[in-house]
Unconditional design. Sequence first.
Length: 346
Amino acid sequence: MTRERADMAKVFTRPLGRDGFEIAALALGSWHTWDRTTFEETVNVIRAAVDAGAAYFDVGVYRAMHPGQFDSPTDVIFGRAIQAAGVARDDYVLQVKSWVGPSGTVGDIVARFDQAVFRIGTDRAEIVVFGDLVGEHVPYEVIAEGAAALVSSGRVRHWGVNNWSAAEIRRVAAAAEKAGVAPPALAQLKYGLVRRSIAEGEPYRGVIADLGLKVQASDALDGGFLLGKRGQRMTGNDPGDIHGLVDEARPKLRALADELGCTLAQLCLSYVLTNDDLCSLVVGARTSEQINDDLGAFDLLARVGADRLRELLAPYWLDRGRVDPASSWSSVPDDDPAKYAVIPTD
Protein backbone atom coordinates (compact mmCIF):
# COMPACT_ATOMS: atom_id res chain seq x y z
CA MET A 1 0.00 0.00 0.00
CA THR A 2 3.00 2.28 0.45
CA ARG A 3 4.62 4.04 -2.51
CA GLU A 4 8.29 4.53 -3.30
CA ARG A 5 9.97 7.16 -1.12
CA ALA A 6 10.70 9.41 -4.12
CA ASP A 7 6.97 9.97 -4.57
CA MET A 8 6.21 10.74 -0.95
CA ALA A 9 6.38 13.80 1.27
CA LYS A 10 9.70 14.50 2.94
CA VAL A 11 9.95 14.68 6.71
CA PHE A 12 9.54 18.30 7.77
CA THR A 13 11.34 19.99 10.66
CA ARG A 14 10.10 21.70 13.79
CA PRO A 15 11.85 24.28 16.02
CA LEU A 16 13.30 23.24 19.37
CA GLY A 17 14.28 25.78 21.98
CA ARG A 18 14.55 29.48 21.31
CA ASP A 19 17.85 29.61 19.45
CA GLY A 20 16.71 28.71 15.93
CA PHE A 21 17.57 25.00 16.26
CA GLU A 22 15.46 22.73 14.01
CA ILE A 23 14.94 18.98 14.33
CA ALA A 24 13.26 16.45 12.08
CA ALA A 25 9.67 15.70 13.04
CA LEU A 26 10.51 11.99 13.05
CA ALA A 27 13.27 10.27 15.01
CA LEU A 28 14.39 6.66 15.22
CA GLY A 29 14.56 5.24 18.74
CA SER A 30 17.05 2.62 19.89
CA TRP A 31 15.08 1.10 22.79
CA HIS A 32 15.52 -2.69 22.31
CA THR A 33 15.17 -2.14 18.58
CA TRP A 34 18.49 -2.80 16.87
CA ASP A 35 19.47 -5.67 19.16
CA ARG A 36 16.60 -7.66 17.63
CA THR A 37 17.40 -7.48 13.92
CA THR A 38 20.29 -8.03 11.54
CA PHE A 39 23.04 -5.45 11.33
CA GLU A 40 22.53 -5.08 7.58
CA GLU A 41 18.84 -4.29 8.04
CA THR A 42 19.65 -1.76 10.76
CA VAL A 43 21.98 0.03 8.34
CA ASN A 44 19.25 0.03 5.68
CA VAL A 45 16.69 1.47 8.10
CA ILE A 46 19.04 4.26 9.16
CA ARG A 47 19.90 5.08 5.55
CA ALA A 48 16.22 5.19 4.57
CA ALA A 49 15.41 7.55 7.43
CA VAL A 50 18.29 9.88 6.60
CA ASP A 51 17.39 9.94 2.91
CA ALA A 52 13.82 10.95 3.83
CA GLY A 53 15.00 13.85 5.99
CA ALA A 54 14.80 12.07 9.36
CA ALA A 55 18.46 12.23 10.40
CA TYR A 56 17.51 12.25 14.09
CA PHE A 57 18.20 9.41 16.54
CA ASP A 58 17.12 8.82 20.14
CA VAL A 59 19.66 6.48 21.75
CA GLY A 60 20.16 5.23 25.30
CA VAL A 61 21.97 2.70 27.47
CA TYR A 62 19.28 0.19 28.43
CA ARG A 63 19.07 -2.85 30.64
CA ALA A 64 19.58 -6.19 28.94
CA MET A 65 16.66 -8.23 27.63
CA HIS A 66 18.47 -11.55 27.98
CA PRO A 67 19.99 -13.33 31.03
CA GLY A 68 23.75 -12.97 31.30
CA GLN A 69 23.89 -9.60 29.57
CA PHE A 70 24.92 -6.56 31.60
CA ASP A 71 23.11 -4.17 29.30
CA SER A 72 21.57 -4.07 25.85
CA PRO A 73 23.97 -3.53 22.93
CA THR A 74 21.40 -1.56 20.93
CA ASP A 75 23.27 1.76 21.36
CA VAL A 76 26.62 0.22 20.43
CA ILE A 77 25.04 -1.31 17.33
CA PHE A 78 23.68 2.12 16.39
CA GLY A 79 27.14 3.68 16.63
CA ARG A 80 28.59 1.18 14.18
CA ALA A 81 25.51 1.18 11.92
CA ILE A 82 25.42 4.96 11.48
CA GLN A 83 29.03 4.77 10.29
CA ALA A 84 28.26 1.87 7.93
CA ALA A 85 25.35 3.88 6.54
CA GLY A 86 27.84 6.56 5.54
CA VAL A 87 26.34 9.29 7.73
CA ALA A 88 28.90 11.74 9.13
CA ARG A 89 28.52 12.92 12.73
CA ASP A 90 27.78 16.49 11.68
CA ASP A 91 24.95 15.28 9.42
CA TYR A 92 22.60 13.90 12.06
CA VAL A 93 21.05 14.95 15.37
CA LEU A 94 21.82 12.71 18.34
CA GLN A 95 19.61 12.57 21.41
CA VAL A 96 20.84 10.48 24.34
CA LYS A 97 19.02 9.35 27.48
CA SER A 98 20.34 9.74 31.01
CA TRP A 99 18.80 8.56 34.28
CA VAL A 100 19.21 10.24 37.66
CA GLY A 101 18.39 8.65 41.00
CA PRO A 102 17.70 10.57 44.22
CA SER A 103 21.31 10.07 45.38
CA GLY A 104 22.80 11.34 42.10
CA THR A 105 25.28 14.19 41.79
CA VAL A 106 26.26 16.53 38.97
CA GLY A 107 29.38 14.43 38.52
CA ASP A 108 27.23 11.32 38.14
CA ILE A 109 25.12 13.04 35.47
CA VAL A 110 28.15 14.07 33.46
CA ALA A 111 29.73 10.62 33.84
CA ARG A 112 26.57 8.85 32.68
CA PHE A 113 26.36 11.14 29.68
CA ASP A 114 30.00 10.55 28.81
CA GLN A 115 29.46 6.79 29.06
CA ALA A 116 26.45 7.00 26.74
CA VAL A 117 28.19 8.93 23.98
CA PHE A 118 31.38 6.85 24.36
CA ARG A 119 29.41 3.68 23.67
CA ILE A 120 28.03 5.28 20.51
CA GLY A 121 31.47 6.47 19.43
CA THR A 122 31.25 10.23 19.83
CA ASP A 123 31.80 12.85 22.52
CA ARG A 124 28.68 14.95 22.22
CA ALA A 125 24.94 14.94 21.58
CA GLU A 126 22.67 17.74 20.47
CA ILE A 127 20.08 16.79 23.11
CA VAL A 128 20.15 14.95 26.44
CA VAL A 129 16.90 13.65 27.92
CA PHE A 130 16.64 12.84 31.61
CA GLY A 131 14.59 9.70 31.97
CA ASP A 132 11.89 8.49 34.31
CA LEU A 133 12.15 9.83 37.85
CA VAL A 134 12.75 7.33 40.65
CA GLY A 135 11.76 7.73 44.28
CA GLU A 136 9.98 10.39 46.28
CA HIS A 137 12.85 12.88 46.71
CA VAL A 138 13.71 14.12 43.25
CA PRO A 139 16.95 16.13 43.04
CA TYR A 140 15.62 18.87 40.76
CA GLU A 141 18.53 21.18 41.59
CA VAL A 142 21.08 18.48 40.78
CA ILE A 143 19.39 17.66 37.47
CA ALA A 144 19.28 21.34 36.49
CA GLU A 145 22.92 21.83 37.49
CA GLY A 146 23.85 18.69 35.54
CA ALA A 147 22.08 20.04 32.47
CA ALA A 148 23.87 23.36 32.93
CA ALA A 149 27.23 21.58 33.14
CA LEU A 150 26.59 19.65 29.92
CA VAL A 151 25.38 22.72 28.03
CA SER A 152 28.18 25.01 29.22
CA SER A 153 30.82 22.40 28.32
CA GLY A 154 29.51 22.16 24.76
CA ARG A 155 28.55 18.51 25.16
CA VAL A 156 24.87 19.24 24.44
CA ARG A 157 22.78 22.04 23.00
CA HIS A 158 19.36 21.34 24.56
CA TRP A 159 17.92 19.09 27.24
CA GLY A 160 14.60 17.47 27.95
CA VAL A 161 12.75 15.04 30.21
CA ASN A 162 11.00 11.72 29.76
CA ASN A 163 7.55 10.92 31.20
CA TRP A 164 7.55 13.76 33.73
CA SER A 165 4.36 15.48 34.81
CA ALA A 166 3.72 19.14 34.11
CA ALA A 167 4.25 19.97 37.80
CA GLU A 168 7.60 18.16 37.83
CA ILE A 169 8.71 20.12 34.78
CA ARG A 170 7.82 23.40 36.44
CA ARG A 171 9.93 22.43 39.46
CA VAL A 172 12.99 21.56 37.40
CA ALA A 173 12.49 24.70 35.27
CA ALA A 174 12.61 26.83 38.45
CA ALA A 175 15.83 25.04 39.42
CA ALA A 176 17.21 25.62 35.91
CA GLU A 177 16.63 29.35 36.22
CA LYS A 178 18.73 29.37 39.40
CA ALA A 179 21.42 27.29 37.65
CA GLY A 180 21.56 29.74 34.76
CA VAL A 181 20.44 27.32 32.06
CA ALA A 182 17.40 27.39 29.78
CA PRO A 183 14.45 25.21 30.87
CA PRO A 184 13.89 21.80 29.29
CA ALA A 185 13.11 22.15 25.60
CA LEU A 186 11.10 18.96 25.22
CA ALA A 187 9.17 16.35 27.16
CA GLN A 188 9.07 12.86 25.69
CA LEU A 189 5.70 11.32 26.55
CA LYS A 190 3.71 8.18 25.85
CA TYR A 191 1.42 9.89 23.35
CA GLY A 192 -0.63 8.74 20.41
CA LEU A 193 -4.01 8.58 18.74
CA VAL A 194 -5.71 6.80 21.64
CA ARG A 195 -3.61 8.29 24.48
CA ARG A 196 -3.95 12.08 24.54
CA SER A 197 -4.93 12.95 28.12
CA ILE A 198 -1.50 13.99 29.39
CA ALA A 199 0.14 15.42 26.25
CA GLU A 200 -2.96 17.39 25.27
CA GLY A 201 -4.21 18.10 28.80
CA GLU A 202 -4.42 21.57 30.31
CA PRO A 203 -1.44 21.15 32.67
CA TYR A 204 0.92 20.46 29.79
CA ARG A 205 -0.67 23.12 27.61
CA GLY A 206 0.14 25.63 30.36
CA VAL A 207 3.77 24.50 30.54
CA ILE A 208 4.03 24.71 26.76
CA ALA A 209 2.71 28.28 26.82
CA ASP A 210 4.87 29.41 29.74
CA LEU A 211 8.18 27.68 28.98
CA GLY A 212 8.11 27.14 25.23
CA LEU A 213 8.26 23.39 25.87
CA LYS A 214 7.62 20.98 23.02
CA VAL A 215 6.13 17.49 23.21
CA GLN A 216 7.97 14.50 21.78
CA ALA A 217 5.76 11.48 21.17
CA SER A 218 6.96 7.97 21.97
CA ASP A 219 5.24 4.57 21.93
CA ALA A 220 2.59 6.08 19.67
CA LEU A 221 1.51 2.61 18.48
CA ASP A 222 1.49 1.14 22.01
CA GLY A 223 4.22 -1.32 21.20
CA GLY A 224 2.25 -2.51 18.19
CA PHE A 225 -0.93 -3.22 20.21
CA LEU A 226 -2.76 -0.47 18.34
CA LEU A 227 -2.07 -2.41 15.14
CA GLY A 228 -3.25 -5.71 16.63
CA LYS A 229 0.23 -7.04 17.44
CA ARG A 230 0.54 -8.63 20.85
CA GLY A 231 3.56 -9.63 22.86
CA GLN A 232 6.08 -8.82 20.13
CA ARG A 233 8.13 -6.30 22.10
CA MET A 234 8.56 -4.73 25.50
CA THR A 235 6.19 -1.86 26.05
CA GLY A 236 4.71 0.22 28.80
CA ASN A 237 1.69 -0.71 30.86
CA ASP A 238 -1.87 0.16 29.92
CA PRO A 239 -2.71 3.43 31.71
CA GLY A 240 -6.45 3.80 32.02
CA ASP A 241 -7.03 0.15 31.08
CA ILE A 242 -8.01 1.02 27.49
CA HIS A 243 -6.76 -2.02 25.57
CA GLY A 244 -10.29 -3.41 25.44
CA LEU A 245 -11.48 -0.13 23.90
CA VAL A 246 -8.62 -0.28 21.42
CA ASP A 247 -9.70 -3.76 20.33
CA GLU A 248 -13.22 -2.42 19.71
CA ALA A 249 -11.98 0.61 17.78
CA ARG A 250 -9.42 -1.16 15.60
CA PRO A 251 -11.84 -2.43 12.87
CA LYS A 252 -13.25 1.09 12.42
CA LEU A 253 -9.75 2.53 12.21
CA ARG A 254 -8.74 -0.08 9.62
CA ALA A 255 -11.80 0.79 7.55
CA LEU A 256 -10.94 4.49 7.74
CA ALA A 257 -7.35 3.76 6.71
CA ASP A 258 -8.61 1.82 3.69
CA GLU A 259 -10.88 4.72 2.77
CA LEU A 260 -7.94 7.16 2.93
CA GLY A 261 -5.63 4.84 0.99
CA CYS A 262 -3.10 4.34 3.78
CA THR A 263 -2.01 1.77 6.33
CA LEU A 264 -3.29 1.67 9.89
CA ALA A 265 0.15 2.66 11.20
CA GLN A 266 0.23 5.69 8.91
CA LEU A 267 -3.22 6.75 10.04
CA CYS A 268 -2.32 6.49 13.73
CA LEU A 269 1.02 8.26 13.38
CA SER A 270 -0.42 11.03 11.23
CA TYR A 271 -2.69 12.10 14.09
CA VAL A 272 0.34 12.82 16.29
CA LEU A 273 1.90 14.92 13.53
CA THR A 274 -1.14 17.20 13.46
CA ASN A 275 -0.22 18.59 16.90
CA ASP A 276 1.47 21.99 16.54
CA ASP A 277 3.00 21.55 20.02
CA LEU A 278 4.88 18.47 18.80
CA CYS A 279 8.57 18.71 17.99
CA SER A 280 9.01 15.11 16.87
CA LEU A 281 7.68 11.58 16.85
CA VAL A 282 9.97 8.72 17.93
CA VAL A 283 9.44 5.36 16.22
CA GLY A 284 11.17 2.03 16.76
CA ALA A 285 11.47 0.74 13.20
CA ARG A 286 13.45 -2.48 12.82
CA THR A 287 12.99 -3.15 9.10
CA SER A 288 12.99 -1.22 5.85
CA GLU A 289 9.31 -2.07 5.42
CA GLN A 290 8.50 -0.58 8.83
CA ILE A 291 10.42 2.66 8.35
CA ASN A 292 8.92 3.24 4.91
CA ASP A 293 5.47 2.59 6.31
CA ASP A 294 6.08 5.05 9.16
CA LEU A 295 7.42 7.69 6.76
CA GLY A 296 4.19 7.38 4.78
CA ALA A 297 2.41 9.20 7.61
CA PHE A 298 3.93 12.43 6.30
CA ASP A 299 2.46 11.77 2.88
CA LEU A 300 -0.96 11.13 4.42
CA LEU A 301 -0.76 14.38 6.38
CA ALA A 302 0.15 16.31 3.23
CA ARG A 303 -2.69 14.72 1.23
CA VAL A 304 -5.51 14.93 3.75
CA GLY A 305 -4.51 17.89 5.91
CA ALA A 306 -4.20 18.28 9.67
CA ASP A 307 -7.67 19.73 10.26
CA ARG A 308 -9.44 16.93 8.39
CA LEU A 309 -7.39 14.23 10.11
CA ARG A 310 -8.14 15.64 13.56
CA GLU A 311 -11.82 15.77 12.66
CA LEU A 312 -11.89 12.17 11.44
CA LEU A 313 -9.91 10.87 14.41
CA ALA A 314 -11.58 12.91 17.15
CA PRO A 315 -13.68 9.93 18.41
CA TYR A 316 -10.60 7.84 19.22
CA TRP A 317 -9.33 9.70 22.29
CA LEU A 318 -9.78 6.54 24.33
CA ASP A 319 -8.02 7.46 27.59
CA ARG A 320 -10.09 10.61 28.04
CA GLY A 321 -11.57 10.63 31.54
CA ARG A 322 -9.48 7.57 32.44
CA VAL A 323 -6.02 9.09 33.02
CA ASP A 324 -5.42 12.26 35.03
CA PRO A 325 -3.78 14.90 32.75
CA ALA A 326 -1.72 16.13 35.72
CA SER A 327 -0.15 12.75 36.41
CA SER A 328 3.23 11.25 35.68
CA TRP A 329 4.02 7.64 34.99
CA SER A 330 7.56 7.84 36.24
CA SER A 331 7.91 9.24 39.75
CA VAL A 332 6.48 6.38 41.83
CA PRO A 333 7.32 2.66 41.88
CA ASP A 334 6.00 0.44 39.08
CA ASP A 335 3.85 -1.57 41.51
CA ASP A 336 2.20 1.51 43.01
CA PRO A 337 -1.43 1.74 41.80
CA ALA A 338 -1.12 5.54 41.82
CA LYS A 339 1.60 5.44 39.16
CA TYR A 340 -0.73 6.28 36.29
CA ALA A 341 -3.18 8.39 38.30
CA VAL A 342 -6.06 6.47 36.79
CA ILE A 343 -9.49 8.05 37.09
CA PRO A 344 -12.00 5.45 38.37
CA THR A 345 -14.70 4.44 35.90
CA ASP A 346 -17.96 2.59 36.43
